[in-house]
Design a protein around this ligand. Structure first.
Ligand code: ATP
Ligand code: MG
Length: 528
């Protein structure tokens, strides 16, 4: 809410005091200074965005604010009062709640049990009062437009709903300061819109919100003020109205972002992948199919973008090609001219195909392995010597991908869990590049990756294509597709509705094809 929309002057709002004041916060981890003398004031009731590159220290600062970490130096004032949090419970008592970048609900417990975890309501003779907790949870979820049962196990929920459960928890705590670490990075468009409405409602109640995001449009739509961190230092705090996305990016990166153009034509080679009439049934759904009659070709040296709204079938298309979807599909997939039907991703891998997804938790990270272990995972044969994995060979093996993808890590044997979210994602990209795939399937690969690192990854993908790789790319960000792709295919409700050459593709035309349901006429009839 701006001063104008509340009918009060900015001076009055400032006069209402600070929700939060951090002074000289410093935090070290083995080998890194995550935060170096950071000071930050947040006004009561404002939405304050925190921007910065991967590893800049955003999550760490928010974890200190919410009692997950204790600072090595510095002080914290909440609503004018000195605070020292020994744990998250202390922060909650002071009215600070956090929704983490990687959600952490207890999957086996019910939604209601998660909301009241550690603060269970008790009734007669001290027995846990499930009914009261469920009723209270239902009321909160209703307010959040979340249609799930308070009794459902949290693990059975979609990510978007899990996130709302975390917000319900924050509401039940009556938090006056809510911290959200990349809240929309795993959400569908509809879920993001719902979250935005929720945020608006929270703001009307006077909640102060700190939000981390790599999406500039989101930041500029929502924030009152923006703080930029770089390499653990505070760079700038500005009024949103007094700055621009370009200026913010400049402060984040602290250098020119390589203005690489990918429009120099790449030589197009032989057909690597040919898909004909691919149909993937969806028995329990009224539509009956997830994909219907999809045909496409991918050539060596080519980047083909697949656009579409969430639920259009982008992920299903890539997973079916990769052997990671139910083997119930019909149609034909050929790799190098030979028909294939992979029953397991391992087989696709052996055929020179790799799939990078944005879902780090599901298909991605192994928290018990270190950085090198996570990167070399699919190429271990190369590091093996007499049945054992040689540490030196493994280090040599992963050095390339770690450098190429720009992973920021204290060393190859650092814990993967110690890396920032964006750097974990870069490790997964590195893992698949190491398998030297000929066909690279990228499913929204740069979610949570900062602007500078994105530009470097694009250059890397371009280089690999020039050496003969073919890429099938999906992205939730159209500019990314428009930057990289030679051709763009559009999926709507499981069908291809349009194909654009790079020169003809615009955001407007793509969106039109993605939302309009006029399927491209095909020779075959529609499947049941
Ligand atoms: N538990 C930890 N152990 C070791 N190092 C850590 C730990 N947590 C964070 N770090 C390091 O501190 C630095 C800041 O990390 P942080 O997670 O705060 O970055 P971020 O700004 O949130 O990045 P991203 O945009 O990728 O999420 C990084 O170098 C990271 O590796
Ligand atoms: Mg982070």
């Amino acid at each position: 809410m701006t001063a104008a929309s509340t009918g009060r002057t900015t001076a009055e709002l400032v006069g209402e005091g600070r929700a939060l004041s951090m002074r000289g916060i410093t935090k070290r981890f083995p080998g890194v200074i995550a935060l170096d003398d950071v000071s930050l004031d947040v006004r009561r009731g404002e939405l304050h965005a925190i921007c910065g590159e991967n590893g800049a220290g955003k999550s760490t600062l928010m974890k200190i604010l919410s009692g997950v970490y204790q600072p090595d130096a510095g002080t914290l004032k909440i609503h004018g009062r000195m605070a020292r949090f020994a744990g998250t419970r202390d922060a909650e008592l002071a009215g600070v709640a956090i929704i983490h970048q990687e959600l952490n609900l207890v999957e086996d417990l019910s939604v209601a049990a998660n909301v009241f975890l550690g603060r269970e309501r008790r009734g007669w003779a001290g027995l846990i009062d499930d009914a009261t907790m469920e009723a209270e949870t239902a009321r909160l979820l209703d307010m959040l437009e979340c249609r799930v049962s308070p009794r459902a196990p949290a693990g059975s929920l979609r990510v978007g709903d899990q996130q709302l459960v975390e917000i319900a928890k924050a509401l039940s705590l009556d938090a006056s300061i809510l911290v959200m670490d990349e809240p929309t990075s795993a959400l569908t468009e509809a879920e993001s819109a719902r979250l935005e409405r929720t945020i608006q409602r929270l703001r009307e109640r006077g909640t102060t919100i700190l939000s981390i995001s790599h999406k500039m449009d989101e930041v500029f739509r929502q924030a009152d003020r923006i703080t930029v961190l770089r390499d653990g230092r505070h760079v700038r705090t500005v009024e949103r109205a007094a700055t621009t996305p370009t200026e913010i990016t400049g402060w984040m990166v602290g250098r020119e972002i390589a203005g690489h153009s990918f429009h120099e034509p790449r030589p197009r080679g032989e057909t690597l992948l040919a898909v004909r009439g691919l149909t993937l049934p969806w028995p329990e759904h009224p539509r009956g199919y997830r994909l219907a009659d999809v045909s496409l070709d991918l050539h060596a040296g080519e980047i083909v973008g697949v656009a579409g709204l969430m639920g259009a079938g982008r992920t299903e298309l890539l997973e079916t090609i990769f052997g990671a979807s139910p083997p119930t599909w019909t149609g034909e997939i050929r790799v190098d001219g030979r028909p294939v039907r992979f029953m397991h991703p391992r087989e696709a891998c052996a055929a020179g195909i790799a799939l990078v997804t944005e879902d780090r938790k599901r298909l991605g990270l192994f928290p018990d392995l270190d950085v090198a272990g996570n990167v070399s995972l699919c190429s271990l044969a190369k590091a093996r010597r007499g049945g054992f994995v040689s540490r030196t060979r493994e280090e040599a093996l992963v050095a390339g991908p770690i450098r190429d993808t720009g992973v920021k890590t204290p060393g190859p044997h650092a814990a993967i869990t110690g890396l920032s979210g964006g750097n974990q994602q870069k490790c997964i990209i590195g893992r698949w590049l190491l398998t030297e795939p000929r066909i690279l399937l990228l499913d929204d690969p740069t979610r949570g990756i900062d602007v500078g690192a994105k530009a470097e990854l694009y250059a890397l993908i371009d280089r690999l294509c020039r050496r003969g790789m073919g890429v099938l790319l999906t992205s939730s960000e159209l500019p990314e597709l428009l930057t990289l792709s030679d051709r763009i295919l559009v999926l709507a409700e499981g069908r291809l509705t349009a194909e654009f050459a790079r020169a003809d593709a615009t955001e407007h035309r793509i969106l039109e094809a993605a939302t309009g349901c006029t399927a491209r006429p095909t020779a075959k009839d529609a499947p049941p």
